[in-house]
Design a protein around this ligand. Structure first.
Ligand code: GLA
Length: 359
């Protein structure tokens, strides 16, 4: 990719507004290697930014209103820059107005054009990518320096307050602070992170199950509440502070017990996976992905039959040399596969689906 999307955004901007944009920042999507549904439990996650993402072309406007064109949807929005009211229904406008509402300095009226190449609802963080690209456009337009963590927090608040999703902060941090070709070990408690290069002989592939996430925000928010309900009788503020042993001796009701078991074991898997990555131990890494998938399917109950089938198929193709699992919030979406680079073309050719190559 790299400049193709910003170039496309600039051309579309010229068609729409009859002039060249002043800037066209880009933000990537992300794929999470392991550490699912643990970010809102103060856990550890291991995401990687991907080449696909969102570009936002911007220019200061001479008018009073900010005008926005969502080129891929053929839709528009406009609002007074000093009062970007929350739209009644949640859609792409919620993210634009949410980011504008939170911008700390005064925003001038802008013309904005958005285009992206991330499939929506496929677990690759299209909304975080949109928010961070918008934030970068606002930073350029106001001449503001904003650090990635502050930008990520702003994007997370937008999800919470404008889109009604009580998400953690993994996606926004991965998109704002990720490094291509590197897994980012992020501690979601203090937001410290380290980048680890993915070994040269590993390939990371993403395969879309074709099932898009529907109206599942309620399910997502419910999982978060169940985790909080599991932590409270254990006397901790988050499941990050619970050990496997403590959990085994606790007498939690269902579904809280299973949810907590997933979270506690998944955080341990992230630690083990990071060690495996550093040791270039792909069979071990792959095994952790397999265990993670089973836990998300059986204990956290966020998978989908079509995703389980795809994971099993990919696992069959890769064997003990690597691993596959669902990635992102779940309920459909994408599968991530990590395997020896020498086998990536063969596995991709054996599928009747589009395969996105991360490394
Ligand atoms: C979504 C959320 C993240 C995270 C994942 C699951 O992508 O936005 O905060 O909780 O689901 O790991």
């Amino acid at each position: 990719m790299t400049d193709a999307l910003p170039d496309k955004a600039a051309a579309l901007f010229r068609d729409q507004f009859g002039t060249a944009p002043d800037g066209v920042p880009f933000a990537p999507g992300r794929v999470n290697l392991i550490g699912e549904h643990v970010d809102y439990n103060d856990g550890l996650v291991l995401p990687v930014p991907i080449a696909a993402g969102t570009a936002v072309a911007w220019k200061r406007s001479s008018g009073d209103e900010t005008r926005v064109r969502a080129a891929d949807l053929g839709e528009e929005d406009s609002f007074a820059p000093d009062s970007p009211h929350k739209p009644e229904a949640v859609d792409w406008r919620s993210y634009v107005r949410g980011m504008a509402a939170q911008w700390e300095s005064e925003l001038p009226a802008l013309d904005l054009l958005i285009t992206g190449n991330l499939p929506r609802g496929s677990g690759l963080s299209s909304s975080a990518s949109l928010c961070i690209a918008l934030g970068r456009a606002f930073a350029e337009a106001t001449g503001t320096e904003i650090d990635p963590t502050s930008l990520a927090k702003m994007a997370q608040r937008t999800e919470h307050e404008y889109a009604g999703v009580a998400c953690g902060i993994m996606d926004q941090m991965a998109v704002a602070a990720g490094k291509p070709g590197h897994a980012m070990l992020l501690d979601c408690r203090d937001l410290s992170y380290r980048h680890f290069a993915i070994p040269d002989d590993w390939a990371v592939l993403i395969v879309d199950s074709g099932v898009t996430r529907g109206l599942v925000d309620g399910e997502y928010n419910a999982r978060r509440r169940q985790c909080e309900a599991a932590a409270s009788p254990l006397g901790v503020s988050s499941l990050r502070d619970v050990s496997v042993g403590e959990l085994a001796s606790a007498d939690l009701p269902e579904p809280e017990a299973s949810r907590a078991q997933h979270v506690v074991s998944e955080i341990a898997r992230v630690k083990a996976a990071t060690k495996a990555l550093l040791a270039s131990d792909l069979p071990r890494f792959g095994n952790l992905l397999r265990e993670g998938h089973a836990s998300l399917r059986d204990l956290f109950e966020v998978s989908h039959p079509a995703v389980d089938e795809l994971v099993a198929r990919l696992q069959g193709l890769v064997g003990e040399e690597g691993g596959a699992r669902m990635t992102g919030a779940g309920f459909g979406g994408s599968v991530v596969v990590v395997l020896p680079k020498s086998r990536a073309d063969g596995v991709a050719d054996a599928l009747d689906k589009d395969v996105l190559r991360v490394t």
